[in-house]
Write a protein that binds this ligand. Structure first.
Ligand code: AMP
Length: 215
């Protein structure tokens, strides 16, 4: 398994880029946020525990999210490329991921940080709409669906995520700012870090990432 880690603040465009890259590269897109939201909807043990943290915009405990991601990775094909979106979010999670991958003689191939200024993050999160059924992401102005507020893929009505409310967004960005520096340093020390400009259209960002991933 060749694992590419996508790093970046909430609103940096990781999820959008990951969906497009997965289609282009026939890779698996694994989003910890989507997995946790699915667990909450399913009402399973992990979901019940994660729900409160997510509502408040806080990180769920490392072992909980690492367990959810590891179980999902183990269920999928052992070969091929995986685009990890939203995990790891701190150094402890990076260590848990490295340990999990060692089990299968896999490793992180590259950690790609999408850099975006705070104004852009706030703008993107403010317009974000998601499909509660298939998790497709849209932006009210920059990336609207063909029919207003309806998912292009599955026809479900789009929603604003609970944790995209302004006060929760501020908390999520503060937590990101606290955790991300040490995480970048951790990957940089292992010569695995590439920083990419996250401004511009989704196509532009995807092209930059593709270039970084070219052999
Ligand atoms: P996201 O969709 O990546 O913005 O994640 C939504 C929420 O899920 C976050 O605000 C956290 O509460 C939780 N979450 C997702 N990934 C992680 C992670 N790696 N560690 C801790 N909490 C996470």
């Amino acid at each position: 398994m060749r694992v590419v880690v996508l790093l970046g603040a909430p609103g940096s465009g990781k999820g959008t880029a990951a969906v497009r890259l997965a289609a282009l590269r026939q890779a698996r897109h694994v989003s910890s946020g989507d997995l946790l939201r699915a667990a909450v909807r399913a009402g399973d043990v992990a979901g019940l525990e994660a729900d409160g943290y997510m509502q408040r915009g806080e990180l769920v405990p490392d072992d909980l999210v690492a367990g959810v991601v590891a179980r999902h990775l183990r269920l999928g094909a052992p070969a091929g490329e995986v685009l990890l979106d939203g995990f790891p979010r701190d150094v402890r999670q990076a260590e848990l991921l490295a340990t999990e991958l060692e089990r299968t003689q896999s490793r992180v191939h590259l950690a790609i940080m999408l850099d975006a200024p705070p104004e852009l993050l706030i703008e993107r999160l403010g317009g974000r709409r998601v499909c509660p059924r298939c998790a497709a992401g849209y932006h009210a102005r920059a990336m609207p669906p063909a029919v207003a507020d309806i998912c292009d893929r599955c026809g479900t009505g789009l929603i604003v995520r609970d944790d995209d409310r302004p006060e929760t967004v501020r908390r999520r960005l503060a937590i990101f700012n606290e955790k991300n520096g040490p995480l970048l340093a951790w990957y940089d020390a292992r010569h695995l870090l590439r920083r990419i400009d996250g401004a511009g259209t989704a196509d532009e960002v995807v092209a930059r990432i593709s270039e970084a991933l070219a052999p």
